[in-house]
Design a binder for this molecule. Structure first.
Ligand SMILES: [Zn+2]
Length: 103
């Protein structure tokens, strides 16, 4: 199997996640070990991913999503119960005119 630099770039994530089939894994390794362009690329991305994976996982602060929505969309009226269900159905109905129905 002939491996190219473009294949290395396209499949680098799969390689790092261990998802390549055995024959592609061998071709990937063979190419990367002899290619002056791909060797530093794979090395630097591998180290960056390893560093990210070593970071402790943080718990999201309470109301993070709502605070982002407030900051980007502005404050919104909170709707609960049947009013929320009706608002959701109206949202579905307005997405595609082919399936339009009125509530
Ligand atoms: Zn290459």
């Amino acid at each position: 199997m002939t491996w190219t630099c473009e294949q290395t770039e396209q499949l680098l994530t799969d390689y790092l996640d261990g998802l390549l089939p055995a024959d592609e894994q061998r071709a990937f390794d063979l190419h990367v070990n002899t290619c002056e362009r791909c060797t530093p690329l794979v090395s630097s991305v591998s180290h960056a991913v390893a560093n990210l994976r070593s970071l402790p996982e943080l718990e999201a602060p309470p109301r993070l999503v709502y605070n982002i929505l407030d900051a980007t969309l502005g404050p919104r009226e909170t709707v609960t119960g049947w009013a929320a269900v009706l608002a959701w159905l109206r949202g579905i109905a307005s997405h595609d005119d082919r399936y339009c129905f009125r509530l």
